[in-house]
Design a protein around this ligand. Structure first.
Ligand SMILES: [Fe+2]
Ligand SMILES: [Fe+2]
Length: 378
């Protein structure tokens, strides 16, 4: 349902994909939105064409750092881990039906720090309200209708993810206290909550402007009974949500700043790019603290979390745009799926992987500065 504009149409709305009747951000292949897909089957050749790495490898061939599989598969299907579709917690194991390779996966990419509950990135439903920055605004009639609707849809998706980041950092503050973290980390996490509120307001304001109606979040279910606060699990979560998620968010915002000309969209992106870089730094600092505190078990969990994230790096293959004016979309701060995927690949290559090597002592590389942001992440 790519292309369907947000329509608050009442008090709230959501879509399929949420577990246990809870709201989910899975409304289809929305750009920037983590969305679960129960299962998808493709022929082995198509599956190998999706494999990470130059030329897609092939059965037994190379598949980048993720490593190739297939030799042990009865159909020669690539391993689920070798198929990138999204950064949002990857594929489950491959299965077969009628000679096809079948996979369950998440698509989309996380905008900043996701609020993960039970393995799923959760966001609020949409509500018609104006107290989160998204006051009624005259829709920009200079834009054609499909492009305006697409801009509203994309900025609303970002707004909901930014809003969810507020909950994620609020929980992170409690996690830091639970593991006896230094006050400096707690203070930075507490400060990040305010940043995410500002991001959400800025994005809801843009969404409401393009939609021509007030937009904000409905209630966000935040309970998570029995959640673990073991140090290795918290460190792995910080890798996925912060070291990766917020590094990507910062660098993607930098890339969006490279194409935007609209003044209001630029202001929002400048705020987000600066703060997400700072939030990513906080996550790298926490993971370093966790390794120092917890030793090898934490280090192993951290390494696996980085590798999982890279295995599921989105290539943008599943995301399509409706018929919109791409130049206008760019002027209002949006990237195409291909541009976003290229940005994410570059982020892994130039920042996340070198920083991981330095953090885990995997090479002699020293700290790497993040291009454009001045962020020192390790
Ligand atoms: Fe944010
Ligand atoms: Fe953030």
């Amino acid at each position: 349902m790519a292309g369907e504009p947000p329509s608050s149409g009442g008090s709230s709305r959501g879509g399929a994909g949420g577990g246990g009747g809870l709201p989910s951000n899975c409304w289809g292949d929305w750009i920037g939105v983590c969305c679960s897909h129960p299962e998808e089957c493709v022929d082995p050749g198509t599956a190998w064409g999706m494999v990470v790495g130059e030329g897609g490898g092939g059965p037994g061939g190379g598949a980048g750092e993720a490593g190739a599989a297939g030799a042990n598969d009865p159909l020669g299907c690539p391993s689920a881990y070798d198929l990138p579709e999204g950064l949002c917690y990857g594929y489950e194991s491959g299965r077969h039906h009628d000679g096809l390779c079948c996979y369950s996966y998440w698509s989309g990419s996380c905008c900043g720090r996701p609020f993960v509950v039970g393995g799923e990135a959760r966001v609020a439903l949409v509500a018609q309200r104006d107290d989160w920055g998204g006051a009624r605004d005259a829709a920009d009639r200079a834009l054609d209708e499909p492009t305006r609707a697409e801009l509203a849809r994309q900025w609303l998706a970002d707004a909901l993810l930014e809003h969810a980041s507020v909950a994620s950092f609020a929980r992170f503050v409690l996690d830091l206290l639970a593991v006896g973290a230094p006050s400096e980390l707690v203070e930075r996490a507490q400060s990040a909550i305010g940043d995410e509120i500002a991001h959400a307001r800025a994005c809801f304001a843009l969404a409401a402007r393009y939609a021509g109606e007030p937009l904000g979040p409905a209630a966000l279910p935040t309970s998570e009974p029995g959640r673990s606060v073991r140090l290795e699990e918290l460190a792995a979560a910080a890798v996925r949500e912060g070291c990766v998620g917020e590094t990507l968010a910062a660098l993607q915002a930098e890339a969006q700043l490279g194409v935007v000309s609209d003044v209001r969209a630029r202001a929002a992106l400048e705020l987000i790019a600066r703060d997400e870089a700072s939030h990513a730094e906080l996550s790298w600092a926490f993971v370093r603290f966790a390794i120092e505190r917890g030793g090898d078990p934490v280090k192993r969990a951290v390494r696996e979390a980085f590798l999982d994230a890279e295995r599921t790096l989105e290539l943008g293959a599943s995301a399509e745009l409706p018929a919109v004016d791409l130049a206008v979309l760019a002027a209002h701060g949006r990237l195409t799926p291909a541009e976003r995927a290229a940005c994410h690949r570059a982020a892994f290559r130039d920042v996340i992987r070198p920083c991981r090597h330095a953090l885990l002592g995997e090479s002699q590389r020293s700290a790497q500065a993040t291009p454009g942001t001045g962020m020192l992440c390790c």
